[in-house]
Design a protein around this ligand. Structure first.
Ligand SMILES: [Zn+2]
Length: 279
């Protein structure tokens, strides 16, 4: 009688483990969104959209902090820090930028020092995503092997500005060859989505109250890019980018996820900014 009871308890506990472990444990993850600048382009043809296809001209440049009980992860690092505090200025003909408060100052306002960040990952190494990268020399860099080769070794992408991230060349690195379940509980997952750059990636977050979110990197720059499946002119491999779109769209469907197009300024205007958070 007693052993039968113990057997039932074992089965119940086994079921508990199956339900509570990988893929289901979402407790305690918080997502913070930081304004790390914005860009305004008078002509959007570089995104393979005609100026008539959308009236959108402004792009948000976010940084994100993911607070997990097992550590802090920074995702994307916005515009170059030396843009900050200058108001809007013309970076190149017809392209204007603005960056109010440097990421490090925004973190400090939350009593977080850059050295507190355990891991950093960038959707890709284009200059508008790694603006504060050099600060995070004490963090472990999670990077696709192909992106590392392109950004740190070959330096073969005209939108890479190695001076923004080369301080990380000797950092601890976890070299990825595909997807990564960052905290081994399914709550934070780097999803390989190459094409925009050699090792472009997106981030899947399972949050307890906000549901499943997917941070796009530059898989899309505009809502119209998604709707029309447009690959920008500045892109490493168009065929791979289209495949990455298929992979990520299937994942969004399967996970019933909400896609946040990182550069979507209209979306960003509606989001809670740090120190407020999503959980
Ligand atoms: Zn970008």
């Amino acid at each position: 009688m007693r052993s039968e009871y113990t057997g039932l308890m074992r089965i119940a506990f086994g079921l508990f483990l199956i339900l509570a472990l990988p893929g289901h444990a979402t407790t305690g993850v918080q997502l913070y969104v930081f304004d790390c600048g914005s860009l305004r382009a008078e002509d959007i043809s570089m995104f393979s959209l005609s100026n008539e296809e959308t009236p959108v001209r402004e792009l948000f440049a976010p940084c994100y902090l993911i607070k997990h009980p097992d550590g802090l992860l920074l995702w994307d690092a916005g515009l170059p820090t030396d843009f900050a505090g200058k108001g809007e200025f013309e970076l190149e003909p017809g392209v204007f930028v603005r960056y109010d408060t440097p990421l490090a100052d925004q973190l400090a306002a939350m009593d977080i020092e850059v050295s507190d960040i355990d891991m950093v990952a960038f959707s890709h190494m284009h200059w508008d995503h790694v603006g504060s990268a050099n600060l995070f020399t004490e963090s472990t860099l999670l990077i696709q092997r192909s992106e590392h080769q392109s950004a740190f070794v070959a330096k073969d992408n005209e939108l890479f500005q190695p001076e923004l991230y080369m301080e990380l060349a000797d950092s601890n690195m976890q070299m990825l060859d595909g997807d990564l379940d960052v905290f081994d509980d399914g709550s934070v997952q780097i999803i390989s989505a190459p094409g925009h750059t050699a090792g472009h990636q997106v981030l899947l977050l399972r949050l307890e109250n906000s549901g499943t979110l997917l941070l796009s990197g530059d898989l899309y720059h505009f809502r119209k890019s998604r709707e029309l499946r447009r690959v920008p002119v500045f892109n490493s491999n168009a065929e791979d980018t289209l495949k990455a779109m298929d992979k990520v769209e299937a994942l969004i469907e399967q996970e019933n996820a909400t896609l946040w197009i990182e550069h979507d300024k209209a979306l960003a205007d509606t989001l809670r900014k740090a120190p407020a958070f999503y959980d």
